[in-house]
Write a protein that binds this ligand. Structure first.
Ligand SMILES: NC(=O)N[C@H]1NC(=O)NC1=O
Length: 172
């Protein structure tokens, strides 16, 4: 899809807007449904802020739902080629499609241990990381409290969301 300008975003029909932004938060179409009502946007920053505010305004239970919508990094869906297009590209950009057997095993074990403790998957903005920083994150963040990890996880979702929006919109 070629990139669109912010004025084109403002002029989209509701259906177009929902279709274009349906996955800027992984598998959460409700975000686009709510954010479309905040138009017009002056620039990309305002549009990003609207999606970020959507996340901030969710209650704790709803934040947990958002976190749980994310696929594991280098997990089963990735091996089966069943990730969303966005997630596939992000995981590739971090090098998660080229893991050594030892790295894969390490990530699998850490992902399972993390999910067992917190009840949702470990989330990190893959495009801002490489394999080693992801493994480090999996190990250090495991020591956090659930409250800390919900906050960090939602912040990572915001970073992922912003980069996905930048892929859609052209700067003037
Ligand atoms: N688990 C997890 O972090 N998943 C995500 N991270 C990212 O950059 N894209 C995703 O799908």
């Amino acid at each position: 899809m070629s990139r669109v300008s912010i004025s084109e975003v403002n002029g989209m029909s509701e259906e177009q807007f929902q279709w274009v932004f349906k996955n800027v938060i992984e598998l959460c179409q409700d975000a686009a449904e709510q954010v479309k009502k905040c138009r017009p946007f002056r620039d990309i920053a305002e549009l990003c802020t609207a999606f970020h505010k959507y996340l901030d305004n969710l209650c704790l239970e709803e934040k947990l739902v958002i976190l749980k919508l994310h696929p594991d990094l280098a997990g089963r869906l990735a091996s089966q080629g069943e990730l969303t297009k966005e997630s596939t590209e992000e995981q590739q950009s971090a090098g998660l499609d080229k893991l050594t057997l030892i790295q894969k095993r390490m990530i699998d074990i850490c992902n399972e241990r993390y999910k067992e403790k917190f009840g949702f998957p470990f989330i990190i903005c893959a495009r801002e990381n490489k394999v080693q920083s992801i493994i480090n994150g999996l190990q250090t963040r495991y020591n956090n409290t659930k409250e800390q990890e919900i906050e960090i996880g939602i912040n990572e979702v915001k970073k992922i969301c912003k980069l996905r929006i930048l892929d859609i919109i052209k700067e003037n």
